[in-house]
Design a protein around this ligand. Structure first.
Ligand code: SER
Length: 463
């Protein structure tokens, strides 16, 4: 491998814009016999309510062997959206709702050796510092009846990675599944050590630790099994490779950005957001949303800003494909993203609708990562977001006022009926309310929320 050359190549003279990273990746795999596919729309093919959550999802029929692929080697940039744990967005330097995943696939073609060789060659083009590269591998799992993946360890050693930076982990970390039935397999993950300054300081901090020090940026999955609804696995007819490199994470690393929310794709929107925030003096001195004292800690303010740019970028992706905010399905996801971002803005002290102003800076920063048609839709999206946010204003004001007046019961627990009322009478989302309360150290008593919801359902039915 070209290790000796790239070992010395620690800083790259060029600026790695996100668009350039994506193009370099796709062109590299094309040169190595991969067919470049257009990314699938975010709307998942087989489920009308959800979005693509992994780069491999559109390729499932090929990986399963149920449809022939257009070529045995494929590469693509795929937009993904995961909103199941949207309240965690921005809680660390990498957790986003929408993200873009670069992938290369071998459908029954090459295996571990070539997957590693290709990865090493591409990383040397990116000028990755080998001293900071760590690898995790599958360490075996008795319940899956699978021994440690010694073959992949041998490949990494062969590529020149020292054994002390190859860490075997359990199935939880290194056996990739879609989260349900489907193609799955052992994986090997690539991490960069960002340095102690980003770490949790614990002696045992290693790749796999939740802190910001070791950043996973590429996952090479060896898809060899099908997982069934009961969790059991059986071999697939083909042995394939499915890799996923987080574009935003790679940009974080190559641009030396403090977080994935501060890369080239977000900086203009961050600047715009900053210009809208009440100045330091005002916010410290006193007033958050609606004239109430602001209770936000600096870390919460930072997370809120990350959430706003993240959610508006997700809204841009979803809206650019033609989805409009609504009550059901994908439209409800879009509505939720807009409402969440609007709420965060108000908590930061922005007292007027502002979200639409972030769309153009986001779209411009994404440049060719959005199609021409999508770029042309941006003014329409601005109008759509403006109207949606406007409609939410009164609910937001009333909801926050009501939340402020809540006095917790014993041990800081808020009765769930209160959140139900807020939702039923004011249309204020309960999850959002719970998040705001959590920020004040208050827990929600969910069983009584469920009971109130159930009782309401029964009353509506009997009417
Ligand atoms: N399917 C794997 C992932 O989503 C690699 O693409 O991480």
């Amino acid at each position: 491998m070209s290790k000796t050359k790239s070992m010395t190549q620690q800083s790259h003279p060029h600026v790695w814009s996100s668009a350039r990273i994506a193009e370099t990746y796709l062109a590299f795999f094309e040169q190595h016999g991969h067919l470049r596919l257009a990314g699938h729309p975010l709307a998942a093919p087989e489920n009308s309510t959800s979005f693509i959550i992994a780069g491999m999802q559109p390729l499932m029929p090929y990986l399963r062997g149920s449809e022939p692929p257009p070529a045995p080697r494929l590469a693509a940039l795929q937009r993904c959206l995961r909103t199941d744990d949207v309240e965690m967005v921005g809680s660390n330097d990498r957790k986003m709702s929408a993200f873009q995943m670069l992938g290369n696939w071998s459908i029954g073609d090459y295996g571990r050796r070539e997957a590693v060789e290709l990865a090493v060659e591409l990383l040397s083009i990116f000028g990755i510092d080998w001293q900071r590269l760590w690898i995790t591998t599958f360490g075996g799992d008795p319940s899956l009846n699978l021994p440690p993946d010694e073959d992949i360890v041998a490949e990494w050693l062969r590529a020149g990675i020292p054994g002390e930076r190859i860490v075997p982990l359990g199935a939880e970390d290194n056996f990739w599944t879609t989260g349900g039935p489907g193609p799955c397999g052992r994986d090997t993950e690539l991490f960069i050590d960002r340095g102690e300054a980003f770490g949790c300081g614990r002696q045992e901090c290693r790749p796999g630790c939740d802190c910001n020090r070791f950043l996973e940026f590429w996952n090479l999955v060896f898809i060899e099994f099908e997982q069934h609804p009961d969790g059991s696995i059986t071999p697939l007819p083909l042995r394939s490779v499915d890799t996923g490199m987080g574009l935003e994470r790679m940009a974080l690393l190559l641009q030396g950005a403090p977080s994935a929310f501060h890369i080239d794709l977000f900086l203009p929107a961050q600047q715009r957001l900053h210009s809208l925030l009440p100045n330091e003096h005002d916010s410290h001195d006193g007033h958050g949303h609606d004239g109430q004292p602001s209770a936000m800690l600096p870390a919460q303010r930072e997370q809120s800003q990350r959430m706003i740019v993240d959610h508006m970028r997700a809204a841009l992706f979803v809206g650019a494909e033609g989805t409009e905010p609504g009550r059901d399905g994908r439209g409800s996801v879009l509505r939720r993203l807009i409402r969440r971002a609007a709420t965060r803005g108000r908590l930061l002290g922005i007292t007027r609708p502002f979200l639409s102003e972030l769309l153009m800076p986001l779209a411009q920063a994404h440049g060719a990562l959005l199609s021409e048609e999508e770029q042309q839709r941006v003014p329409l999206l601005e109008e759509m977001v403006r109207q949606e946010e406007q409609r939410f204003q009164r609910t937001l004001t009333a909801g926050l006022r009501m939340l402020d007046s809540i006095t917790p019961g014993e041990r800081g627990v808020v009765p769930g009926e209160l959140l139900f009322q807020l939702h039923a009478e004011r249309g204020f989302p309960a999850d959002l309310a719970a998040e705001i309360l959590a920020q004040r150290g208050l827990q929600v008593e969910w069983p009584s929320f469920e009971r109130a919801t159930q009782a309401h359902r029964e009353v509506s039915r009997s009417r």
